[in-house]
Design a protein. Structure first.
Length: 427
């Protein structure tokens, strides 16, 4: 980054607290090439060993990004990993050719990793042996600092004065060999992450939020892998149309059959059978293959063998006994939906209304999204089952039990405690 753009970025942050003024960097400079050119793709053990040695000898934090093939392949595995560090430059690593990057992860284990939207990339990085102990999330930093747009391109433009080319974000990264324009795009994604991190750290410190951000980053880095989702078939798009338990069973059977095919073929489940087709077949419960063929999503382009496997899934659902059918809804984890509170517990509804208003006002005053100040689920839980004495100490303990960070507890405990005390007691 040039000195001129450093000055412009600092002016923007200083004068606007996270949003550049109209007269700063109206025409961002297009970032067209990595400063050392496009690095070669690392796809062999020997080349990977050289990268590990170079990055272990580098200095400062390491910028990390990963590209997946969402919508094309099964799962969320990484198909390209980009890293950059002072003294080592940039590297593009192919996890297909080098599926085990644990040596690289270990070499960088004591280093701060800079990621943008870390929770999106950490699961696929963990699968290939890259697990950081310290992170700096530039997207989350932008949220806490009050930026209105926190995508990487928007952040680089508003803070650093450069425009990133984002045309290849949704391509099929499992393609081999990867086209040069895609590799250029991938290298540029980590080109300025260190500069962005440094500018955001200064801004967070200026706003008195740097320690808050560090708590958030530590929570992300130390979080265990998410457990497998229970009954994932219930998230089929259009599920709200399915009312009868037999139809729900058909959704489950079709979803499960599709998932097995998609996993075997390593393709996105939506490319095997669309969600809308699953819903159509489940609502109709066709009696035979010919009836299935007449439904949307099961047209003449689908082979007889495919049609028979989907019809077999429907037939399995139709053959289930009443006791084997799924229940209409998943057991609730936590309080009911807020829209039902007024009927179920008017006092709880009053507490929630007061708490939401207080959180909204504080978030606006702190210039950050409400969900980053405290999660809506945490507010709901405290309002549905408030602590007995509703003192600040009791509310703080309840917030901590739901995973709130120390800075969040310090900020919201007084207003939540007041909202719980002032609202009517539970009826």
């Amino acid at each position: 980054m040039t000195d001129a753009h450093k000055t412009a970025a600092e002016t923007a942050l200083r004068t606007t607290g996270g949003a550049p003024p109209d007269d700063v960097d109206k025409a961002p400079i297009p970032l067209l090439e990595p400063r050392e050119g496009i690095p070669p793709v690392v796809a062999t053990d020997d080349a990977l060993a050289e990268v590990v040695a170079a990055f272990a000898a580098g200095t400062g934090p390491v910028a990390v990004d990963a590209e997946r093939a969402s919508g094309y392949r099964y799962g969320q595995r990484a198909y390209l990993v980009q890293i950059r560090r002072e003294g080592a430059g940039s590297a593009l690593i192919d996890p297909v050719g080098c599926p085990d990057l644990s040596a690289l992860g270990e070499a960088l284990s004591d280093t701060e990793w800079i990621l943008h939207a870390a929770t999106q990339d950490l699961p696929c990085l963990r699968e290939i042996g890259m697990v950081p102990t310290r992170i700096f999330d530039t997207e989350l930093a932008g949220r806490l600092a009050g930026f209105p747009r926190v995508g990487l391109g928007a952040m680089v433009e508003s803070v650093l004065g450069y425009a990133l080319e984002k045309g290849h974000s949704a391509v099929d990264w499992s393609t081999r060999p990867l086209p040069e324009p895609w590799l250029r795009y991938a290298a540029l994604d980590v080109e300025l992450l260190v500069d962005l991190r440094d500018a955001l750290e200064k801004e967070l410190d200026r706003q008195g939020k740097l320690e808050w951000a560090r708590e958030e980053f530590d929570a992300i880095a130390s979080a265990p892998p998410a457990p497998p989702r229970k009954d994932p078939w219930r998230r089929t798009s259009g599920m709200h149309k399915v009312r009868r338990r037999r139809q729900m069973a058909a959704v489950r059977e079709l979803w499960t059959a599709r998932d097995k095919v998609a996993q075997r073929r390593d393709v996105s489940p939506g490319k095997v059978l669309s969600d809308s087709a699953i819903i159509e077949a489940s609502l109709a419960l066709p009696a035979h293959v010919n009836a299935l063929t007449a439904l949307p999503g099961f047209g003449h382009r689908m082979g007889r063998r495919q049609l028979e496997q989907w019809q077999a899934a429907v037939d399995r659902a139709k053959a289930l006994s009443e006791g084997e059918l799924p229940q209409p809804g998943q057991p609730l984890q936590g309080p009911p939906p807020p829209r039902s509170w007024a009927d179920k517990d008017p006092a709880a509804a009053a507490r929630l209304s007061a708490a939401r208003a207080a959180v909204s006002e504080l978030a606006e005053r702190l210039n950050m999204p409400q969900e980053n100040l405290i999660t809506p689920d945490t507010v709901r839980r405290v309002c549905w089952e408030p602590p007995g004495d509703r003192s600040e100490a009791a509310v703080a303990e309840a917030l901590a039990s739901y995973g709130a960070r120390r800075w969040q507890i310090e900020q919201v405990t007084p207003l939540l405690s007041a909202a719980l005390r002032d609202a009517p007691a539970k009826s």
